[in-house]
Design a protein around this ligand. Structure first.
Ligand SMILES: NC(=O)c1ccc[n+]([C@@H]2O[C@H](COP(=O)([O-])OP(=O)(O)OC[C@H]3O[C@@H](n4cnc5c(N)ncnc54)[C@H](OP(=O)(O)O)[C@@H]3O)[C@@H](O)[C@H]2O)c1
Length: 395
């Protein structure tokens, strides 16, 4: 009986997903969000709040955006939720019950894109996100990532593995850990120099045909790789680091190629791992056992001290507008291009609310120019990655 009920729920869900996939329902509830309205054809799941009364005063994302185009189009909330910090690479997190409640609150407030990866505490983050989203996966999408090499659950930091067998292994694990039938976007986490991107694209193309993933993307790749991959299997999104302190993609052709080919861009660490939120200073202590920031040149005390003037620019700009530095950092990204969907992470409802409100912020062109002029005149101290991590990102 229980099994039958589960099957029925599963069939309803599949029907819903199919219906969602053929409907073309883009909607944007807030007129102030015109500028961040989804571009291109919209294929998406209706946000949870669409049929419920979410008071206008409540912080929520009320607008969707489309990543990718044509068959690769994927419509999601204008801002996503990066789940990594719920257990991995960050210093503090609440207990599991509170984390699950927070993720569900994000669903209530309109987020339909949740981001995780095999490597965020080898399966730990996927299982947590799976548990948090149980019962909600008919209305939200979860993205995960493949490509790092693991032996007995331990990451081989100097090697990557995007062989077809590994991609398939990770996919099966992710589906099981998350308790879903289909992944929203399946990203290659880092390029594997031993597996041509065409082979990766063919493999994910098969997974799409098999219904195991809806779409695919890559992280930290260059424009040439994007073109080659897109030629084999249309790419939905590039997920790479992008924020006020790391703007390489504006100059190295990646954003331009995304615009040309109709590919979305998902900035990861959009607050520069919390730095642009203004709550980190040279005295901040990071958990020595579970926070990668302490290994990053940009998070050494002298770099933090020097770079704090960037946060001060955001503070000054926000002071007259009633905006926090985090809101300015996120709104700037969303104002840059209509195909950009940032995925900030947080462990706090107050920060989630603050970040959601950034989706209501529309800057004038003059405001964007003013911000960029001041910030680009400030040299950033310290590299974003150490030498090994830097060697893994394509130039
Ligand atoms: N593809 C890749 O290679 C890659 C790499 C890294 C990350 N990612 C993805 O990107 C997501 C986000 O990246 P991230 O967590 O590294 O960086 P982030 O989103 O830039 O920053 C997260 C940090 O910012 C703080 N924060 C959030 N909102 C804030 C606010 N309003 N004011 C002040 N501080 C705020 C959070 O602390 P509180 O918890 O205190 O709010 C957290 O420590 C990850 O979860 C992951 O899904 C992908």
């Amino acid at each position: 009986m229980k099994k039958e009920k589960e099957n029925r729920i599963e069939m309803d869900r599949r029907g819903f997903l199919k219906a969602a996939a053929i409907s073309s329902m883009a909607f944007c509830m807030s007129p102030s969000l015109e500028k961040v309205k989804a571009a291109g054809s919209a294929v998406g799941i209706q946000p949870y709040w669409a049929n419920r009364s979410v008071p206008p005063s409540m912080a929520a994302v009320r607008c969707q955006r489309t990543l990718g185009s044509g068959k690769a189009a994927f419509t999601v909330s204008a801002i996503g939720y990066g789940c990594m910090g719920l257990n991995h690479n960050r210093s503090w997190h609440p207990d599991r019950k509170a984390e699950i409640a927070l993720v569900r609150e994000a669903v209530e407030r309109g987020i339909t894109l949740f981001d995780t990866a095999e490597s965020y505490g080898y399966h730990v983050n996927e299982k947590l996100v799976g548990e948090a989203l149980r019962g909600y996966t008919d209305r939200v999408f979860v993205s995960s990532k493949f490509g790092h090499k693991f032996v007995n659950g331990v990451q081989m930091k100097t090697e990557e593995d995007s062989t077809p067998a590994n991609i398939r292994r990770v996919c099966e694990n992710s589906l099981r850990n998350l308790g879903v039938e289909t992944l929203g976007v399946f990203y290659q986490h880092r390029i594997d120099p031993n597996t041509p991107i065409e082979v990766v694209a063919e493999t994910v193309g098969e997974l799409i045909k098999e219904g195991k993933i809806l779409h695919w993307g890559m992280c930290e790749v260059n424009a040439e790789t994007i073109r080659r991959a897109h030629g084999v299997c249309p790419v939905t999104a590039i997920q790479s680091e992008y924020h006020f302190m790391h703007r390489a993609f504006e100059e190295n052709g990646v954003l331009a190629v995304c615009e040309e080919l109709g590919i979305g861009f998902v900035p990861y660490s959009p607050l520069n791992r919390g730095f642009l939120g203004g709550m980190i200073n040279e005295y901040t202590k990071f958990d020595p056992d579970n926070d990668n920031r302490q290994t990053l040149p940009r998070f050494q005390p002298d770099a933090i001290r020097a770079n704090t003037c960037i946060v001060e620019v955001l503070n000054a700009f926000g002071r007259t507008r009633g905006l926090t530095p985090a809101q300015i950092a996120l709104a700037w990204l969303m104002n840059k291009k209509p195909f950009i969907v940032p995925i900030p992470g947080t462990t706090k409802l107050s920060h989630l609310e603050e970040n959601l409100r950034a989706t209501d912020v529309v800057f004038t062109d003059d405001e964007v120019k003013e911000l960029e002029k001041i910030i680009s005149s400030i040299p950033v101290m310290g590299n974003r990655y150490d030498a090994l991590q830097e060697s893994k990102v394509q130039k």
